[in-house]
Design a protein around this ligand. Structure first.
Ligand code: E4P
Length: 227
């Protein structure tokens, strides 16, 4: 399952883009508001850090059809062809998704909270749908089950639309959407770190180092190889 980073924090983006196999970055208005400052400069910096080839998913803030189209075109023109425009799952959003997809601008229909919304988004030409896992789990609904239904519907219908699971509060939720066959997940920095870190990995590495040093002292394997 492809992983994207759900943040607009430049330090985090630099770190994860250097060390983790992320294939892009996603933001939303709340995430951008958290960073504050010059939003245009921030978006350009994100694109500069991840390069032209990785995916950058940016959400529109307009709600009227003509203004969504204008905002999407302007974002796409500024940030390049691997920019996906996130549009919430509404009636106007579906219409804008249809129009922009026909123009060749790829759309991620976001704020998806049901499989029927996902089906309509796919039929409107969306490249991705983003079901919100933890926002469903938090209201005692089945976020992972919803994503599983969407995967099944797309697979049964031969849809080209992909599932980008979003809104995670635990690493287990990320694992669960990978197991049910989501194509991608966008994960915040804290959860992304939790996907890798394990106390037994850390103690294992410490044990290896201790045993090596006890036997060979300061001499490293590389220094032995280099003679
Ligand atoms: C995806 O890009 C969504 O906007 C995001 O994952 C929502 O996450 P939240 O529910 O933690 O705000």
């Amino acid at each position: 399952m492809k992983l994207l980073l759900d943040t607009a924090n430049l330090d985090d983006i630099r770190y994860f883009n250097t060390y983790y196999p992320i294939e892009g970055v996603t933001t939303n208005p709340t995430i951008l508001a958290r960073e504050g400052g010059d939003v245009i400069a921030l978006l350009k910096s994100i694109r500069e850090i991840i390069g032209d080839k990785k995916e950058l998913h940016l959400q529109v803030t307009e709600t009227e059809y003509d203004r969504i189209i204008a905002e999407a075109k302007a974002l796409y023109a500024m940030l390049g062809p691997n920019t996906f425009i996130k549009i919430p799952a509404t009636d106007v959003g579906l219409k804008a998704t249809y129009t922009l997809s026909k123009m060749g601008i790829r759309i991620t229909v976001t704020a998806v909270l049901s499989a029927t919304q996902a089906m309509l988004a796919a039929n409107s030409g969306a490249s991705y749908v983003a079901p919100y896992i933890s926002r469903l789990e938090n209201i005692c609904d089945d976020g992972v089950g919803c994503a599983a239904d969407i995967v099944k519907i797309f697979s049964a219908g031969g849809s080209k639309t992909k599932v980008l699971a979003a809104s995670f509060k635990t690493a287990k939720e990320v694992l669960d959407v990978a197991v049910i066959g989501c194509h991608a997940a966008t994960v915040g920095s804290d959860i992304m770190k939790k996907l890798l870190s394990h106390t037994t990995t850390a103690t294992s590495i410490a044990d290896f180092e201790r045993d090596w040093n006890a036997a060979f002292g300061e001499r490293t394997l590389l220094s032995m190889l280099e003679g």
